[in-house]
Design a binder for this molecule. Structure first.
Ligand code: 6R9
Length: 655
């Protein structure tokens, strides 16, 4: 990435202000170091004490960590609890009238829900799910817009021990189909349509299409929340309106006590192969990670108004929308729409209107809002803000500085949080009252997270050198396995080359003289487009599934706003097209990928060749394609290429 160079020469340091440090939960560097030292001297004691303190247990655990079947770790495994109980019931004694959710719809309509209300809504819907036949361990697909109901649906599953798998509303029917089958879902929860930027997004019809593709016999019922009242096709046997399903259901529901290790959810994410991975999370360990990071990284306080802009379809929307803020008994904002509707001041207006104190978003959103109106924040009263966060991709120092000065007005610490779908919660991030920040660095690991950078054999690297990012000890919030594919779990995350016990994150990084981590990017074939993870293989498989396409290779190219953009090199079965014909095929293929995976995966650029550059053994030379996509001069040796002439064709873009 072009920004890496600027990042590596970044020298600015921002220590926490005196005022922030004084009120912080972890106050000062010594307090942070003391927590880290505690974890290192008695690892299990450290985590055990935290789990006892922060989780309400139905049956206390007597064992902290079981490593006998490593890397299939178990945490707190003889304890019993319920995540929904921890997010709702335990707050009712003293916070029943506190606002839990402030929901702002696309059109600006605001709905507030207290803890008491949310508890009743979750209980009632949990009873409705039971009435539809959902029991402990059953999988439920949630394909919903950002809404109070999406959170209610997730919490209701948790309440009865159902395992949810949320599929982002921007994924296509085809992607949904794959996930329904892989998870063996018994029930699908969706909405008629979602609303984003004044436009309706059809959801129910995608569910119909997905199920219509066949092989989804596991699905017994589809529950549909009426959001817009738009027209939907109805299968009277299978479909059930949300508002009808809850009629007559009691608004209290005894939680199902689950084992600490029982799965809370599966979330599909992209990897190096074509097939998305079903990342499986536990109940107690996941919850503990959510709570501790809310406390340590977001310095969460009782009177905070917390706003994480992530969709519940991503891990960030699980940990920091559906669970973390509620487990803390906090007040959070949930926003249905997009940052640019009705104009690029929408985020700032929301912060002003709801007096948001803690704002957590993605670098790509920050960059696009700089571009669309870098002065806009000044037109709003942002004085309620006290902490800012970013997640999803590296943030370039310029965007960081703008966020700090223009949004945070120079007094809000920025927490740049590095973590992944698989880690469940923040791993490397500053504790804002303790760790000085540097623009572009996610700084230091959370206490108890033993992150390091190693070489390809798992050995130490020379100081200051880049290497691969690993976590050397198991930690409570990490994934437990890949749904239905334990072998892939082992091989992907705990490869034998690294000794089989270190968690391989899939990112490269380096550490500076202060031990700060600087994330460089993925080491596998995963792209990060606007903070969304996309597998190059996934897009390639989608392309070659098109009848026109013989072969395709996909690479990433640096992009000012999106971080990376998708460039596809395509060989058609027929002749290599040029001019209007090429433009026509590009439009068709983009549309095709949108249907196969979802609009987020549409290639930004498609180029055609009579062939792809390959070695004599037939391997596609992706490194070369990356250079071509960037428009770089090819200086490396291309003599091993089977067909050097192809390079000239691939340099041509379709305009
Ligand atoms: C939470 C989330 C994970 C990948 C991860 C890395 C990138 C996330 C980052 C970051 C630099 C940060 N990433 N946070 N890179 N700085 N603060 O985004 O999960 O969708 O699974 O993506 O995103 O490459 O490996 P997920």
């Amino acid at each position: 990435m072009a920004t890496i160079d600027t990042i590596l020469s970044e020298t600015r340091v921002f220590a926490p202000s005196e005022a922030f440090r004084k009120q912080a939960t972890v106050s000062g560097m010594d307090a942070y170091k003391a927590l880290c030292a505690k974890a290192e001297s008695d690892y299990e004691g450290f985590w055990g004490a935290l789990a006892k303190e922060h989780i309400s247990w139905h049956k206390p655990f007597s064992n902290v960590l079981d490593e006998t079947k490593a890397p299939f770790y178990r945490w707190f495994y003889d304890g019993e609890m319920n995540v929904s109980y921890n997010c709702l019931d335990r707050h009712l004694a003293d916070k029943s009238n506190k606002t839990a959710l402030i929901f702002e719809a696309d059109d600006g309509k605001v709905t507030k829900v207290t803890y008491q209300d949310l508890y009743h809504r979750v209980c009632q819907f949990a009873n409705a799910l039971k009435a539809q036949g959902v029991a402990k361990g059953d999988r439920v697909i949630i394909y919903m817009p950002m809404s109070i109901e999406a959170v209610v649906a997730m919490q209701a599953c948790a309440r009865i021990g159902g395992i949810h798998s949320v599929v982002f509303g921007g994924f296509s029917a085809k992607s949904l189909h794959e996930r329904i089958i892989d998870a063996g879902a018994k029930l699908v929860i969706t909405a008629d349509e979602g609303m984003r930027g004044g436009k309706a997004v059809a959801l129910k019809s995608a569910v119909d299409d997905a199920i219509g593709m066949g092989g989804c016999d596991c699905v017994e019922k589809v529950v549909v929340y009426k959001r817009t009242g738009g027209n939907v096709h109805w299968d009277a046997q299978r479909d059930q309106w949300w508002h009808e399903a809850i009629i007559g259901q009691a608004d209290t529901c005894e939680p199902v006590w689950v084992n600490a290790e029982d799965p809370l959810f599966i979330l599909y994410t992209s990897g190096s192969t074509g097939k998305p991975k079903g990342v499986q999370h536990s109940s107690a360990g996941f919850l503990l990670g959510a709570i501790l990071s809310m406390k340590w990284v977001f310095d969460h306080k009782a009177d905070d108004v917390y706003w994480c802009t992530a969709d519940v379809g991503w891990i960030t929307g699980h940990t920091y929308v559906a669970y973390g803020p509620l487990a803390m008994g906090g007040t959070e904002v949930i926003f249905e729409g997009v940052p640019t509707y009705p104009d690029a001041g929408r985020f700032w207006k929301l912060i002003q209107d709801h007096k948001v104190t803690t704002f957590y978003t993605a670098p790509t959103a920050i960059r696009s809002l700089i571009k669309l109106g870098s002065d806009l924040p000044k037109q709003y009263d942002l004085s309620s803000l006290r902490l800012l966060g970013t997640v999803g991709e590296p943030i370039n120092p310029e965007a960081w500085m703008w966020y700090y000065e223009t949004v945070g007005q120079g007094h809000c610490p920025i927490v740049d949080t590095w973590w992944q779908t698989e880690t469940g919660s923040n791993m490397i991030a500053p504790l804002p009252g303790a760790v000085p920040t540097k623009p572009g660095s996610c700084t230091l690991p959370l206490p108890g997270i033993i992150a390091d950078i190693v070489d390809e054999q798992g050995g130490p690297i020379e100081k200051g050198q880049g290497g691969i990012l690993v976590i050397k000890r198991p930690f409570p919030s990490q994934l437990r396995t890949l749904w239905g594919d334990p072998e892939r779990y082992k091989n992907t995350y705990f490869p034998a080359e690294l000794g089989g016990k270190m968690y391989l994150a899939g990112d490269s990084a380096h550490r500076d003289k202060d031990g700060y981590f600087w994330i460089m990017g993925r080491i596998d074939d995963v792209l990060n487009v606007s903070g969304h993870r996309l597998g190059t293989m996934e897009i390639e498989s989608a392309l070659v599934a098109n009848p026109l396409v013989a072969e395709a290779a996909v690479v990433g190219k640096p992009h000012d706003i999106k971080g990376e953009s998708v460039v596809a090199f395509v060989v058609l079965k027929g002749q290599r097209p040029t001019g209007d014909a090429a433009r026509e095929v590009v439009a068709q293929l983009r549309e095709w990928v949108g249907k196969e995976i979802g609009p987020i995966a549409k290639p930004d650029e498609i180029r055609f060749g009579d062939n792809l550059p390959k070695t004599r053994s037939g391997k596609i030379m992706r490194r070369l394609l990356r250079s071509i996509a960037k428009g770089e001069e090819i200086t490396s040796d291309t003599s091993t290429l089977e067909n050097p002439a192809i390079l000239e064709q691939l340099k041509e873009t379709v305009k």
